[in-house]
Design a protein around this ligand. Structure first.
Ligand code: ARG
Length: 719
């Protein structure tokens, strides 16, 4: 342990400046790692204003919004800004065909009208503690191979202990691993569960440009939504209760409508979800060769069938919209990621780094054979990689098969010697709730097509030797020739007609009197369990071996890599813990002879406008706004227009969505909501020339907000 600590202290002492705007920095280390550089680039605040453990500081205004986004507090009454795509699920859930807030927008005129967003908590970071020593103490003496097996348990145990005696309903602790298990930090959060929808633009603004413009600049999306955090009357985090009162923050971000110029300093606080900047060449290759293309193929198919149904009926559109948007988002991402990784020869660059490392490591027994060993793990695992993707993105991507896979727990419980009837009853109760939820969200028509295609694509694309042979024999004898699409359609029809898990009544009858014989006859269960058992009994062990070996090897590699680069400042990979990135507003050149401006405007939005289009239509009010040009204080005087979006060099990734873009004085000037296509390889490598964060200008948000709700009230934006 001491060695590791010494290594990190060393890194801090010998830091030299990392020139590009690369880096997702831990807020508590800003002061010692990059503060001087931030000031050089335009920051006007003190270290304590950025992060302090004793006083209110900027970090207190930043929240985890829902499951995977960032939000920020912008008023003394707990108002939260985040992206429209982050509020999307809550907005869709609050919508009905009669009150379609997704299509028409929603603005609460008074606090009483704000709509409770169930299942969208706001989490505030309370403290951070380095628990590396505690973790390493527990790992001491364990054989190397045992480390990956025990690590999660140890981390969970420390997390649990950290909040012992606290109200478990409203406190959360998580130990996160840094630098590939070379450092461990504990994060403790306070969880506020009463969060309410205050306002959202119609999705024709909030999602303007749809999937065509997603991950692209120039971008004219008004990607914002507004919520409010509530607390109990005595000032504590609470479940929803009509009597709750608006949250009183220790700090909230002031908003500036002064705008930014090309070159101005920007910083972004938030929760980047995950990067793999220390990925090996082998990891890059398996991604571009197998993982990404398989995922993209399967998602292409799923999206096609979902859209087909969504276009038929508003109710179905509302039902599938959120899930469709999520699938589409990373479908385009992974397709673009592969293209950029190949274009910029990231595999070859990584190979060169690894050669340099191996040369440095000669004669150092801890490090010299690392890459021979890593290569071996990939050679052993690669034959099964496609199969695993087909399970994750195929079998488990059909909502029915995914639900049916949960029933395997019931089968397993029955097989457990001495199982108590109470255990079965509890499990059945949970499964019944899950089944009801699944049925509410289920769109049979699209799922039936998806299921048929998945089973056919599985047959055509997964190595013949790895197929669940008995299941395909059964399909062949019951439904016909395995090379024909009709066979799979007949299978899907049978499954959807005869499973009991698509009817709440039939499912309730089953869960009231569960019976293994009936379960084993259910066609959805039969199909799901055949594929999942085949994978877990025969192939999952290779994946476990592969990840365990790589965990050990990568831990050693990164330790060695840091030793080799002593004096260089390192930032850890993103892992959904709070980070700060700093950079500047900057135009760029995406290709020869083309230059992209640092801002885009309402004029550009109107150029893209296509009446009646699925992605580029606009609401009448927005057209009126542009026609009247009544932009007031929000107009950019030099451009004589509204700035809709701008781009910066900040280093962010998914999870940062909704993050505040903050100027040198600590004021919110925009919301980060996307990355650009030319740098979609950013999870693996940061391109210092091309990487851009796409941000919504707060002046566009303000003008939309005030204009769209002008007929209702003259309330200020920040209330
Ligand atoms: N690409 C954005 C992100 O991951 C999400 C944008 C959502 N919009 C969409 N058309 N799917 O943060």
């Amino acid at each position: 342990m001491k060695k590791i600590l010494a290594l990190f202290v060393g890194l801090v002492l010998f830091t030299n400046s990392l020139k590009a705007d690369e880096g997702m920095w831990l807020p508590q280390l800003l002061g010692e790692q990059v503060y001087a550089d931030m000031v050089k680039k335009g920051l006007k605040l003190t270290k304590e204003q950025l992060y302090s453990i004793n006083k209110a500081s900027m970090k207190d205004a930043i929240i985890i919004f829902g499951g995977g986004c960032t939000g920020e507090i912008v008023s003394k009454e707990g108002l939260v800004f985040t992206n429209h795509h982050c509020g999307y699920g809550a907005i869709a859930a609050a919508s009905t065909v009669e009150h379609n807030y997704l299509d028409d927008g929603f603005w609460a005129k008074t606090k009483n009208e704000e709509i409770y967003a169930k299942g969208v908590p706001a989490k505030f970071l309370m403290r951070i503690e380095d628990v590396s020593e505690k973790v390493n103490e527990k790992l001491k003496g364990l054989p190397k191979e045992e480390v990956p097996v025990k690590l999660n348990g140890i981390m969970n145990e420390i997390s649990k202990k950290a909040i012992e005696g606290m109200n478990a309903n409203f406190t959360e602790a998580r130990v996160a691993s840094f630098f590939k298990d070379n450092q461990f930090l504990l994060f403790v959060y306070e969880v506020y569960k009463d969060v309410r929808l205050v306002g959202t633009p119609p999705q024709s603004i909030g999602k303007f440009g749809g999937d065509t413009d997603n991950w692209e600049w120039p971008r004219h999306t008004g990607d914002f939504s507004i919520f409010r955090v509530y607390m109990s009357k005595d000032g504590k985090p609470a479940d929803y209760n009509a009597d709750n009162v608006p949250f009183k923050p220790t700090y909230f971000l002031p908003v500036s409508i002064k705008g930014l110029k090309d070159g101005d300093y920007t910083m972004i606080y938030g929760y980047p979800g995950g990067t793999s900047r220390y990925e090996t060449s082998y990891g890059v290759k398996i991604k571009t060769d197998i993982e990404n293309p398989t995922l993209v193929d399967l998602r292409d198919m799923r999206l096609k069938y979902m859209l087909e149904e969504m276009k038929k009926d508003t109710k179905i559109k509302l039902q599938l919209a959120s899930s469709y948007a999520q699938i589409a988002n990373y479908w385009k991402f992974f397709d673009g990621e592969s293209k950029q990784l190949l274009k910029y020869k990231v595999y070859e660059q990584k190979q060169q780094n690894e050669k340099d490392f191996t040369t440095w490591a000669k004669g150092k027994p801890d490090y010299e054979n690392i890459f021979t060993a890593i290569e071996k793990t990939y050679v052993e695992w690669t034959p099964y990689a496609k199969h695993r993707m087909f399970i994750r993105e195929g079998i488990l991507a059909s909502p029915l098969l995914s639900f049916a896979s949960n029933l395997m727990a019931l089968d397993a419980a029955y097989k457990k010697p001495g199982v108590k009837p109470e255990e079965i009853a509890t499990l059945c109760k949970q499964l019944k709730t899950a089944c009801d939820r699944f049925i509410d969200d289920e769109n049979i028509a699209s799922d039936r097509n998806i299921l048929a295609s998945v089973i056919q694509m599985f047959y055509n694309q997964v190595d013949a030797g790895q197929l669940p042979k008995a299941e395909y024999d059964r399909i062949k004898s019951k439904y016909g020739d395995l090379s024909k699409t009709e066979t799979y359609k007949a299978l899907a029809n049978d499954v959807f007609t005869n499973t009991v898990f698509l009817s709440k009544d039939k499912a309730a009858a089953f869960f009231d009197k569960p019976d293994t014989a009936a379960l084993h006859k259910d066609p959805a269960y039969l199909l799901a369990s055949a594929f999942l058992n085949n994978y877990s009994n025969n192939y999952m062990k290779y994946f476990t071996e592969f990840t365990n070996k790589n965990t050990i090897l990568n831990r050693a590699y990164l330790k060695g890599y840091m030793e080799m680069n002593k004096g260089k400042i390192f930032y850890p990979d993103a892992n959904f813990t709070m980070r700060v990135s700093y950079g500047a507003v900057k135009s760029y050149s995406p290709k020869d002879a083309v230059k992209y401006s640092h801002v885009c405007t309402l004029k550009g939005m109107m150029d893209k406008y296509k009446p009646g289009d699925y992605e580029f239509d606009l609401p009448k009010k927005q057209l009126d706004l542009v026609a009247a040009k009544d932009y007031g204080q929000y107009k950019d005087v030099a451009l004589n227009d509204i700035v809709v979006g701008f781009i910066t060099t900040n280093d962010i990734t998914g999870g940062n969505s909704g993050s505040p873009v903050i100027n040198g004085k600590g004021e919110l000037v925009g919301l980060a909501f996307d990355g650009n296509y030319e740098a979609l390889s950013h999870k693996i490598t940061f391109d210092k020339d091309l990487n851009r964060t796409i941000c919504l200008d707060v002046r566009y948000m303000s003008v939309s907000y005030t204009h769209l709700r002008a007929h209702e009230t003259k309330a200020n934006l920040v209330c």
